[in-house]
Design a protein around this ligand. Structure first.
Ligand SMILES: [Mg+2]
Length: 129
């Protein structure tokens, strides 16, 4: 497998889009991309259907992961979403919902309890808005 490089989302998104343009596939609908993204995620999941370890080699799993990421980048392009900003924003929200100090060092039942408390607190906060 190719080594990880320092490509940016913008560079990879351009390569993905050029692949579509070269084939006249550059008019996908958000709906079809969302469906394809879900289908590819399930193809990745299929490797774990009967086993905790993936069935197939790392290259096969990497191919399914690439399919998921390619459709995610296409969806971001079509919807005008900056993927890096979307990820940063989501992680910020997640950090507020699941504060690190409430989870660090907790495992098993303690982690489940902390997760449930955070989930309920988040739900109660949404009700008061
Ligand atoms: Mg696939």
């Amino acid at each position: 497998m190719k080594q990880q490089q320092d490509d940016t989302f913008a560079e990879i998104s351009h390569i993905v889009w050029q692949h579509l343009v070269d084939r006249d596939w550059d008019d996908p609908s958000p709906r079809s991309l969302a469906i394809s993204l879900s289908l590819e995620a399930n193809e990745l999941l299929e490797h774990y259907q009967w086993s905790d370890k993936p069935v197939g080699d790392k290259e096969a799993v990497a191919e399914e992961l690439a399919d998921v990421l390619i459709y995610a980048l296409q969806y971001a392009q079509v919807m005008g979403i900056d993927p890096a900003s979307a990820i940063r924003d989501k992680l910020e929200k997640s950090a507020q919902k699941y504060p690190a100090e409430k989870f660090k060092g907790k495992h098993g039942e303690d982690r489940s309890k902390a997760w449930l408390e955070a989930k309920l607190k988040h739900r109660d906060n949404k009700k008061t808005l």
